[in-house]
Design a protein around this ligand. Structure first.
Ligand code: DC
Length: 226
């Protein structure tokens, strides 16, 4: 059966990664969470106190970063590694969420991310989620899905997820962070979040995980058999 590239783009916390992971499992494809890559770069920048305005330092820092995904047999999912350190949990913390949009907007960071993501898709058979995957990373992807959900639903979902790990987090904090990231991700100069003209929209505000999977799977099978 022919292998295709499936891209999922959309605003923060609209369930892209969950759907992308499920789709990849069903199709026996590789799932890549491109946001995890920008989060890992941000973690490195925070630890090394890199000033985003200092292009020379940014370039040097990027030359010191190696990113990889490794399968975790306990969770059955791939974890993000930054220079051989498992940072899967650290990159989900609020401090990273607060800085990731600033780091991800840098031209050098985008070139770094996009080049690696394109290499990962060379053999096809990949599901990648992010903000610019259907527009910049894989403009020729066979299936592009633009995922949306009501802002209130997104805040609630993200809050539940974060509250489990950090009960001191407030819903206002989560809402502010999502609004800030959506604004910055959509208004940056390089690779802004955009719906590709040939993307299909999936609004999952009122869909269960299983329902959204079935919708996306039907689209995928249609394209695979085209
Ligand atoms: O998918 P996520 O929320 O974990 O992504 C974290 C941030 O990374 C997001 O706010 C913007 C950035 N990002 C990006 O600029 N381009 C991508 N392809 C994926 C994520």
């Amino acid at each position: 059966m022919r292998k295709i590239i499936i891209t999922l783009d959309g605003y923060s916390s609209c369930g892209k990664s969950t759907l992308a992971r499920q789709l990849a499992r069903e199709l026996n494809y590789v799932f890549i969470d491109s946001g995890a890559m920008y989060r890992a770069i941000t973690l490195y920048f925070l630890r090394a106190h890199i000033d985003c305005a200092d292009t020379e330092k940014v370039i040097k820092a990027l030359s010191e970063i190696a990113l990889s995904f490794e399968y975790n047999p306990v969770t059955g999912q791939s974890d993000m590694y930054l220079n051989d350190e498992n940072v899967e949990s650290l990159i989900r913390e609020m401090v990273v969420s607060e800085h990731v949009s600033e780091v991800a907007a840098l031209k050098e960071v985008r070139e770094f991310g996009v080049t690696q993501q394109q290499l990962m898709g060379k053999k096809k058979g990949i599901v990648m989620d992010g903000r610019d995957i259907g527009t910049t990373v894989f403009p020729d992807a066979e299936l592009k899905i633009f995922v949306t959900a009501d802002p209130a639903v997104r805040v609630e979902r993200r809050f539940k997820e974060l509250f489990e790990k950090n009960p001191s987090i407030t819903i206002e904090e989560v809402k502010r962070n999502l609004e800030m990231r959506d604004y910055m991700d959509s208004n940056r100069e390089f690779s802004p979040l955009r719906q590709a003209p040939d993307a299909v929209i999936l609004d999952n505000s009122n869909l269960t995980r299983e329902e959204q999977l079935q919708v996306a799977l039907a689209w995928a099978k249609e394209r695979i058999n085209a």
